[in-house]
Design a protein around this ligand. Structure first.
Ligand code: FES
Length: 91
């Protein structure tokens, strides 16, 4: 069976964002990892970009000619998890 997406691999597994979408975002002006995050949600998944962040930075470097140290690190944000009201009311 032939894989239709072998030329367009997933870069962000958490948010299922593929390379071509990221390259298109970069060509449309997303020239840093945070900008790609805002446009595609790549890097906003469960791992918070630990897996895909360096890959996205590498794609940006390839497309724009920027160096990797300029592109890394992206701002890390702690994951937000729902908390039950009962937990907040307990001492
Ligand atoms: S692989 Fe992109 S956020 Fe986890």
């Amino acid at each position: 069976m032939r894989n239709r997406n072998c030329g367009n691999p997933i870069v962000c597994r958490c948010e299922e964002v593929r390379e071509k979408a990221i390259v298109e975002a970069i060509r449309n002006g997303a020239h840093d990892v945070d900008a790609v995050r805002r446009v595609l949600r790549a890097g906003m998944g469960l791992c918070q970009g630990k897996t895909c962040g360096p890959l996205i930075a590498r794609l940006i470097a390839r497309e724009t000619g920027k160096s990797m140290p300029v592109l890394l690190p992206a701002r890390a944000r702690p994951p937000v998890r729902p908390v039950k009201i009962r937990v907040l009311s307990e001492k």
